[in-house]
Design a protein around this ligand. Structure first.
Ligand SMILES: *Cc1c(COP(=O)(O)O)cnc(C)c1O
Length: 241
């Protein structure tokens, strides 16, 4: 039985959830020899109404992530983003790049040369350099977005030449998996690539951000080396669609 919560009740729940998550992030960071301040929390705001996004911001959230261009552009005018960064985290079609680039400070879902080229082109037009993460399909799942790991070096070499994009790290969405050991294996593989590439000191490519971990697995992801976690339903409640 679920009763519809009032706005005030939902706001209270969001505040409570954020406090709980803050504490868990801190614990996971310490387990991996870091502190809370080494980890960035992104509130994933897809399907969430602006009133609740603004409440999360009032509670201290300073980074939000949306996965659909149209939805974000529709909500953007109602959001209090003065001290907040917004990133695109969902699959991006090249024909939507022009619309989104003015409104986000990072695109976490770059997974093809074609997309990278379009971001570079559209950012040149508006005099911007876009921070990007490469989304890696770490388990090589057929049906999924993300770049196969074996294509990573090739894409980085191309992107290193693009003046209006700046690669800042890697992102992944691992397969749904209820065995922590297996999941941790995927996260560790990502972390190893992140470290390896970082050591290569490629021009215009820096490995500062490792974005992995969502509501169900963020503590594990941090323990395995993530430094940015993307959390939606554990903050805002289950999505209705
Ligand atoms: C929806 C989404 C999330 C957050 O998922 P939750 O399980 O609700 O925390 C994280 N990353 C991406 C790319 C998403 O689309």
């Amino acid at each position: 039985m679920t009763e519809k919560l009032s706005t005030a009740q939902r706001e209270q729940t969001i505040a409570d959830n954020l406090r709980f998550i803050e504490a868990r992030i801190g614990e996971a960071a310490e387990k991996s020899g870091r502190t809370r301040s080494d980890i960035r929390l992104m509130a994933v705001t897809k399907t969430v109404e602006p009133v609740f996004i603004n409440h999360a911001i009032a509670c201290g959230v300073d980074l939000i992530g949306e996965n659909k261009v149209q939805e974000f552009l529709g909500k953007q005018p109602y959001l209090k983003l003065d001290h907040v960064e917004a990133h695109l985290i969902g699959h991006l079609q090249t024909n939507k790049v022009r619309q989104i680039v003015p409104y986000v400070s990072m695109i976490q879902s770059v997974d093809s040369l074609k997309l990278a080229k379009e971001i570079d082109k559209q950012c040149e037009k508006i005099g911007k350099t876009m921070d990007c993460l490469i989304e890696v399909n770490i388990a090589g799942e057929e049906s999924k977005t993300g770049l196969p790991p074996e294509e990573l070096e090739g894409l980085l070499a191309e992107m290193a030449q693009m003046p209006h994009v700046r690669v800042r790290g890697l992102m992944t969405i691992p397969p749904i998996c209820d065995e922590n050991e297996k999941l941790c294996g995927y996260f560790q593989k990502m972390h190893a690539m992140f470290v390896d590439i970082g050591r290569k000191n490629i021009d215009n490519i820096s490995m500062q951000i490792l974005s992995m971990g969502m509501s169900s697995d963020y503590a594990l992801a941090i323990e395995c080396g993530a430094n940015l976690v993307r959390i939606g339903s554990s903050i805002f409640g289950p999505r209705l669609y």
